[in-house]
Design a protein around this ligand. Structure first.
Ligand SMILES: C[S@@+](CC[C@H](N)C(=O)[O-])C[C@H]1O[C@@H](n2cnc3c(N)ncnc32)[C@H](O)[C@@H]1O
Length: 240
């Protein structure tokens, strides 16, 4: 068989295998599935057709969602976060800062056991639009840049119990000093008294930043994900 034909055949087989892998599907409540490989390809196609949306340092990281393995790992994490939140007090309210692809919101919309609203940065909202469309998720609110003095979540007049900061990189060691971390966290006080940080905490925060977080810590979520090396910290924002 010609090399080209063989490559084509292998690609077809591999795609079929990946598509049939439960790891690469998201399941709706009615047992129908969303193929993460299709979602990743569609996002990649969007990136290639709109390179100008992705080319600055702040926005380049959103190219990562073309990686089906990352989407699958994130799906695992979001499922676990959703299940943890569903086991907290039923009337608790959550505001997810940085919806990104919207996987957590997908579970909240499908299974309805946790009250989660969401916020996306107005400068980055379009970069996630293809994935959110596949999951039928729209952010509840848009916001401006959390690094700005006039940070605001537009039209958000409600106070939530918790803000969720999941892999929210403006507060990590690569992007924040101790005073910037405190400043950015205190901007969320208007919207919630407590914050839940979920990240690869050992890697994302250096000792100085971790000490600040530890001084605010009042607990953690029941589930963590060793494969994605995630951990959680629940913080009292009023202690800042
Ligand atoms: C790495 S993504 C995480 C998205 C999702 N939580 C996840 O775990 O995949 C970071 C999120 O924070 C938001 N974000 C990043 N920088 C921001 C900034 N300077 N101001 C406001 N939001 C920002 C992005 O729009 C994005 O939704």
């Amino acid at each position: 068989m010609m090399k080209k034909q063989l490559t084509k055949k292998l690609k077809k087989q591999l795609t079929k295998k990946l598509k049939n892998s439960p790891k690469f599907t998201i399941e709706r409540q009615d047992n129908s599935t969303i193929q993460l490989l299709d979602v990743a390809y569609d996002h990649l196609d969007f990136v290639l057709k709109n390179p100008e949306y992705f080319k600055t340092k702040d926005h380049f990281s959103t190219v990562q969602y073309s990686n089906v393995t990352l989407l699958s790992q994130l799906d695992d994490v979001c499922k676990k976060i959703y299940n943890s939140l569903a086991h907290m007090r039923r009337d608790s309210t959550y505001l997810n800062i940085g919806t990104g692809p919207g996987i957590l919101e997908f579970y909240a919309n499908e299974f309805k056991a946790a009250n989660i609203d969401s916020v996306e940065w107005d400068q980055q909202e379009r970069n996630f639009s293809v994935i959110r469309k596949a999951l039928n998720v729209e952010p509840t609110y848009l916001c401006n840049d959390v690094r700005d003095n006039n940070f605001e979540i537009y039209n958000c007049n409600k106070k939530y119990d918790y803000v969720l900061l999941i892999r929210f990189f403006p507060i990590n060691a690569e992007n924040a000093t101790v005073s910037q971390l405190k400043d950015r966290l205190s901007k969320f006080k208007k919207y919630a008294n407590k914050a839940i940080i979920i990240d690869n905490i050992d890697v994302a925060f250096n000792k100085e930043l971790y000490d600040v977080l530890a001084s605010l810590e009042i607990g953690n979520l029941i589930e963590t994900n060793p494969r994605f090396q995630n951990a959680s910290m629940i913080l009292d924002l009023n202690k800042i």
